[in-house]
Design a protein around this ligand. Structure first.
Ligand SMILES: *[C@@H]1O[C@H](CO)[C@@H](O)[C@H](O)[C@H]1NC(C)=O
Ligand SMILES: *[C@@H]1O[C@H](CO)[C@@H](O)[C@H](O)[C@H]1NC(C)=O
Ligand SMILES: *[C@@H]1O[C@H](CO)[C@@H](O)[C@H](O)[C@H]1NC(C)=O
Length: 849
């Protein structure tokens, strides 16, 4: 989109137009005459009675913002007066005077009247827009400040008569307010454009709802579409990402008698950034990358199904990871109000309490169950007391029969304040870094939980006592000796205050330079004791990188510790890569890194412990393969696809794993998969599609042709590896060892069966009883699409996830994957070692574990 000034491209005429000739002459004269009044005559100021005509502009002192006339692309006849970010005039109009009353020619002129009003006059002198400043008799000046604010001041006193920051259009700049003045009812809100080339007032409005705790709400006409969730002192409950840029911006919600407002301010060195409500009703935080001369989007909301306001109804609980139930479930202790509607995916009717509360006459037998990791419900009808403690909150809620839930109102420190809900709670969803909500339930509903909790607690306590007697005692002692009261605090799991951990999140444009990484460093002594001095008994496995040990740390927490072998393939760079990358990622299908340690030339990584080892130890093992029936395998396939989609698109970075294989998929207690080993992973910039390396590292069979041959990798090379894993899971055959079938490899074998209409024969015979033929056919089909020779023919992981979740989506027809079959036969013919260098690219082929 480009903007036109008098029919020419804005950027080309801007330099000329920016200089208002009389002012320039005056400036030169005053400099020549050394008059002291230079300050009163500047290119950013319009004096009393002065004017700007179409083609002239005001430019702020540092050049960041420009005020002038423009036309949106393709609509040269409509002229608007606006303020834009000078570096990117085409798509950063931050403020508009006459968005709903465009001029139809270039005869517009902006004047500062003696009363202190700004008036936009058309050719006939008629005002199409006015700032409606209260009349003052003093002379006034208008100035475009470097912040992007156009202010009209009384010249003598300097008091502000009017400012553009009080009249936002669709953009919030640093220093602007977003909220309300409770005393006057005045509001600072954002309104979308009607279309990309039509700035007229659009359908979407973003306002700060101040009835309960402040929350930012998106309206489309009269329909509430989305709420950010209540402000919790650090971020809006539904947008924990806010904490990730707290180093660049101070973000706060100020609550004072005369204003309740969200404000952000940039810290020194922060890139230019703004919040924009776009034409689709999506609020974006954009940051300007001066090197690329383009925008990066740091945050978008709403995002995804669960952000639809109140989608699962009263007491519903939305879970983005649960496509099987169409994302909606009920809070524990509640069931669908109308099971028949619910089964038709009509969930807005919400959920109903299983057992009524028992409360009255000042006594109650009810209690609370804590719901963890959620966005708090809407607080419109809630009662808020900022001075209460959480204990008081609990007591008050119990003592009032209409209270159904409570939570701390402010999570800073150990949490304070009290918000109590009555009647219904709506708009609750699961969320990474979500908060704790205490839900009131009848006594009988809580009994179950207590029992299972006891069962859960008793066992680890005994175990931990044993551990304490041995290694644990030692651990506690050294840490006391070192004066560290809480060693390994990080291992105690996610805490509402772990926002600091997110400080490391960066936009794609950032280097992984010297950011402060909030991953805990663990002392070597702690690791030695946790692993019984790396005893053989604790060893879980070994690979090209070194050895993996099981360890017991902190609160009887089991961890897996990877000790990188000296001189292993995982050198300093890979170690750093894994630490920096995986510490940023949190997804249920990715292994979590809990800490790291560097000690001399020892490098260690500490992960969550997964008792079930890796996928390959099941599907390729004749004894274990029966453990995973088809339903379990299908769940694993979907889980891996979601984890990979998160790496590619849903985290704030685009990450290519580069070494996906079945031995890198670990299994949780409930057999849900977690992708591990990020040593080879690479980050892509926002618009980067592909990269090349002359150090091809990966595992033969899982590497896509373009990567193995030319070192070219992209998200599509991971898609390829995923396809291979998918076919392995179905067939129970290793990609490299399908020779006994009479085919060069698994791909050729799968293709041949597919061609002959015998796909079902691909299935591992141990699955025969549990299988669903249509699912197997469909999965094989998707697998073949993923392993196409041409990367452009392979689907993106977003499509793969969609195709797996939606069984009726039509699939395109795959072509024969020929590349590796041919290479295999050639290699057989010439006796060439397939793992040696190809095209002068050094290829390191790793053994599957
Ligand atoms: C704008 O200013 C010029 C002189 O700078 C003056 O001649 C003209 O009449 C003014 N136009 C309006 C509409 O005030
Ligand atoms: C809040 O109260 C109003 C008025 O009583 C009601 O219309 C609205 O549905 C309530 N909101 C919730 C979430 O219960
Ligand atoms: C119970 O809570 C409701 C709503 O918060 C409030 O209106 C009512 O006065 C409270 N009752 C008592 C006894 O505190």
């Amino acid at each position: 989109m480009t903007f036109l000034v008098q029919g020419q491209e804005l950027s080309s005429v801007m330099a000329a137009a920016a200089i208002k000739l009389p002012y320039l002459l005056a400036l030169i004269f005053s400099v020549l005459l050394l008059l002291p009044s230079v300050g009163s005559i500047a290119l950013d100021t319009l004096n009393n009675g002065g004017n700007i005509t179409d083609g002239e502009t005001l430019v702020s002192a540092g050049g960041s913002f420009t005020l002038g006339f423009f036309s949106p692309t393709g609509v040269p006849t409509k002229r608007y007066l606006g303020i834009w970010f000078t570096a990117s005039p085409a798509d950063a109009v931050c403020w508009l005077a006459n968005r709903d009353t465009p001029l139809n020619n270039t005869s517009g002129v902006l004047v500062v009247t003696t009363g202190g009003s700004l008036r936009l006059l058309d050719g006939s002198g008629h005002a199409t827009w006015s700032s409606n400043t209260k009349d003052s008799s003093a002379t006034a000046v208008a100035q475009l400040l470097e912040s992007g604010n156009l202010v009209v001041r009384e010249q003598s006193s300097g008091s502000i008569l009017w400012q553009s920051f009080d009249h936002p259009s669709n953009t919030l700049l640093a220093g602007m307010r977003f909220g309300k003045k409770p005393q006057t009812g005045e509001e600072w809100s954002l309104t979308s454009w009607r279309a990309l080339n039509d700035p007229a007032t659009g359908d979407y409005r973003q306002v700060l709802d101040t009835k309960g705790l402040p929350e930012s709400v998106l309206w489309q006409g009269n329909v509430k579409k989305y709420s950010t969730g209540p402000w919790n002192g650090l971020w809006f409950s539904g947008i924990p990402e806010i904490a990730s840029y707290s180093g660049r911006f101070s973000v706060e919600v100020v609550v004072r008698p005369n204003e309740i407002a969200y404000v952000f301010n940039a810290t020194a060195g922060a890139p230019f950034s703004c919040l924009v409500l776009n034409v689709d009703g999506v609020l974006e935080r954009r940051a300007w990358d001066p090197d690329k001369r383009g925008w990066t989007v740091w945050m978008q909301s709403p995002r995804g199904f669960c952000d639809n306001y109140g989608k699962c109804g009263a007491f519903g609980l939305c879970n983005e990871d649960d496509a099987a139930t169409q994302f909606c479930g009920c809070i524990d202790g509640f069931s669908p109000a109308s099971p028949s509607q619910w089964s038709m995916r009509e969930t807005s009717g919400g959920c109903r309490r299983n057992v009524p509360l028992e409360c009255g006459n000042g006594t109650t037998t009810d209690g609370f169950r804590v719901l963890k990791g959620v966005k708090l419900p809407e607080t419109d009808n809630a009662t808020v007391d900022m001075s209460a403690t959480l204990e008081q909150c609990s007591v008050w809620c119990l003592s009032n029969c209409s209270c159904v839930a409570y939570a701390p109102a402010d999570i800073r420190g150990s949490g304070s304040g009290c918000v109590m809900w009555k009647d219904d709670i709506v708009d609750v969803r699961y969320l990474e870094d979500g908060q704790e909500l205490y839900v009131r339930l009848a006594k009988s509903e809580l009994v179950n939980e207590k029992r299972s909790d006891k069962a859960k607690i008793v066992l680890p306590v005994t175990v931990s006592l044993l551990a304490l007697a041995s290694a644990g005692m030692y651990l506690v002692w050294i840490c006391i000796l070192r004066g560290r009261a809480t060693p390994l605090k990080f291992l105690q799991g996610r805490h509402p205050n772990n926002h600091k951990k997110m400080r490391g999140f960066l936009s794609a444009s950032d280097e992984l330079g010297d950011e402060d990484l909030d991953l805990p460093f663990v002392c070597f002594g702690d690791i030695v004791s946790a692993t019984n001095n790396f005893s053989e008994d604790n060893m879980l496995g070994r690979g090209g990188f070194g050895k993996v040990y099981k360890g017991m740390m902190g609160d009887h927490k089991e961890v897996a510790i990877k000790r990188l072998g000296k001189g292993s393939r995982q050198g300093g760079e890979e170690f750093r890569n894994e630490v920096v990358l995986i510490a940023k990622l949190q997804h249920r299908n990715l292994v979590r890194l809990l800490g790291c340690c560097i000690h001399g030339d020892e490098k260690l990584l500490i992960y969550e412990f997964l008792p079930n080892k890796s996928l390959d130890s099941f599907i390729f093992d004749s004894a274990n393969k029966k453990v995973l029936d088809w339903a379990a395998r299908f769940k694993i396939i979907k889980g891996v696809s979601r984890g990979l989609l998160y790496l590619h698109q849903d985290s704030r970075l685009t990450i290519i794993h580069r070494d996906l294989k079945s031995s890198n998929i670990l299994l949780d207690t409930d057999m849900s998969p977690k992708i591990s080993d990020f040593g080879m992973a690479r980050i892509f910039g926002r618009n980067q599609q592909e990269a090349n390396t002359n150090r091809v590292v990966g595992t033969y069979g899982y590497m896509s042709p373009e990567y193995a041959m030319d070192g070219a990798f992209s998200v599509k090379s991971d898609t390829y590896s995923f396809g291979v894993i998918l076919l392995e899971i179905i067939s129970g055959l290793r990609i490299t060892s399908a020779r006994f079938t009479g085919f060069p490899n698994l791909l050729a074998y799968a293709w041949s069966l597919w061609q002959d209409g015998k796909t079902i024969d691909l299935l591992d015979s141990s699955l025969a009883e549990t299988c669903s033929p249509t699912e197997i056919l469909r999965c094989t089909h998707i697998g073949l699409l993923c392993v196409q020779d041409n990367p452009n023919s392979r689907p993106l992981m977003s499509s793969v996830v969609f195709m797996l979740e939606n069984e009726f989506t039509p699939l395109s027809v795959p072509k024969q994957p020929v590349y590796f079959s041919q290479r295999y036969s050639e290699a057989q013919g010439t006796g060439e070692n397939t793992s040696s260098s190809v095209n002068n690219i050094s290829v390191t082929v790793l053994e599957g574990r």
